[in-house]
Ligand binder design. Structure first.
Ligand code: SF4
Length: 441
């Protein structure tokens, strides 16, 4: 068998694409290696959300290009969002690359491998309006071993937030068919996975594009919840105004669906939200979060924020700080604004915030997120919670199991036995900024 090494950058969607590529490649007699120096085929699966990740991808290619001088049979490919965006031009920048594979046609990989083995250079970055579910089923998926299976249910996005490159790299929103999603979920559960996370840039708009049926995320959750056995269901990411009452009710009613929503706010200022082309203001976001909290007991709500969006004033930035407090957000991912080619905001050069100001705002946001995270964790001390164990490792001479509660809190549990994949009842004995401490009941 030949060996393939894939370097995966960026989000869960890319990790899921890597699992699909490994599935197809195993069908072509390639086995995965964790050591790139042993590989016959090297692929970098790229992210273009920030300039830094793009630079990292090209520097990785540069190293591999040098290896190819010593080993001319080595094949090198680039996939993911940078590939989709830069297409043919990659061959000019990195002449040793054999193929460029965009995000729309990862299922063309077997054909591409055949062509590059005949000595051709291939660029496959055409956009499609469909998902190619039948091929995913045919080739299978090589999931990274663990307890959580990530299953994409939508691809792309129609929202065109002014800072975001996703609609340009992943295309318009397309929903996968429920029957293929359910098959993939059942296969993962039969293979021993204990948690299914339904994935999409905008997961709550699942099914909006179906012409032949009225079938939405709540329907999919109901069908998945009926599958026999003990397991958990999650879904990410939720666009605030797409969260329907029906969806929230479904989360409350279904025993396997966990009490967790990831609802990116991006800024606490209504003016900045407007400039970002987000379709809500601060008050609307507040109403949605309140409704979710009122209806779903013990729910964890996490968010995303950008520091230093073009034109953001100190006062507007402070509204972001106050939003984290006011909406009691349990955790937030943070990013300093990074202009991306093709996006609207990237053209507002005269409004760019100086790097040092952006960094300083990022640090203040980070501090605020940490304070709120600890506050949120402290609420659970003394409670008994069910934890799904995900990892087992040694720390300072002690063996630790770590896992997640239903509401996505990480818990560290000292215990000599490896309980990975098990559901255990745990008494929460302490709280740190990023995790809870617990002991098995
Ligand atoms: S909703 Fe906005 S931020 Fe999210 S993927 Fe779509 S365009 Fe990007």
């Amino acid at each position: 068998m030949k060996k393939v090494y894939i370097e995966t950058m960026g989000c869960q969607m890319n990790k899921s694409d890597t699992e699909r590529m490994l599935g197809m490649l195993s069908y072509l007699d390639y086995e995965e290696t964790k050591n790139p120096e042993q590989a016959d085929l090297l692929i970098v699966n790229t992210c273009s959300i920030r300039q830094l990740s793009e630079d990292k991808a090209f520097s990785q290619l540069g190293v591999w290009g040098k290896w190819k001088q010593e080993k001319p049979a080595l094949k090198i490919g680039i996939a993911g969002c940078v590939a989709q965006q830069k297409a043919q031009s990659i061959f000019k920048r990195a002449h040793y690359v054999d193929f460029v594979l965009g995000t729309h046609k990862i299922y063309a990989l077997p054909e591409i491998i055949e062509k590059i083995n005949r000595g051709e250079k291939v660029c496959e970055c055409t956009e499609t309006n469909s998902t190619e579910d039948d091929l995913a089923v045919k080739y299978g998926i090589k999931r990274v071993k663990g307890v959580n299976a990530w299953i994409p249910i939508t691809e792309g996005c129609n929202n065109f937030c002014t800072y975001c490159i996703v609609p340009y790299t992943r295309g318009r929103e397309r929903s996968r068919l429920p029957e293929t999603i359910l098959k993939e979920a059942k296969d993962a559960l039969n293979a021993g996975f204990k948690e299914i996370t339904l994935l999409g840039q905008n997961v709550d708009s699942y099914g909006k594009d179906f012409k032949d049926r009225d079938y939405r995320l709540a329907d999919l959750l109901r069908e998945l919840n009926k599958v026999e056995g003990k397991f958990r269901i999650r879904f990410v990411t939720s666009y605030p105004t797409d969260i329907t009452d029906e969806l929230i009710k479904t989360v409350v009613e279904l025993d396997k669906v966990c009490e967790y929503f990831h609802i990116p706010m991006q800024s606490g200022s209504s003016e900045v939200l407007k400039a970002m082309n987000r379709r809500y203001d601060r008050e609307t976001y507040a109403r949605i979060v309140k409704k979710v909290r009122d209806m779903v007991p013990d729910v964890t709500i996490t968010s995303d924020f950008i520091a230093g969006f073009p034109g953001e004033t100190e006062e507007q930035f402070q509204q972001t700080l106050s939003a984290i407090d006011e909406f009691e957000l349990d955790y937030s991912n943070l990013a300093a604004y990074s202009p991306r080619e093709k996006t609207v905001a990237a053209k507002w050069v005269d409004k760019f915030i100086p790097e040092d100001v952006k960094d300083e705002r990022f640090q203040r946001l980070n501090k605020k997120v940490q304070e709120n995270c600890l506050k949120s964790n402290l609420k659970y001390v003394g409670r008994e919670m069910e934890v799904l164990i995900e990892n087992f490792y040694e720390h300072k001479g002690k063996m630790i199991n770590t896992g997640k509660t239903r509401n996505f809190k990480t818990v560290h549990i000292p215990c000599d036995k490896d309980l990975t994949g098990e559901f255990v009842n745990v008494k929460i004995t302490g709280a740190k900024t990023w995790y809870l401490q617990g002991e098995i009941k």
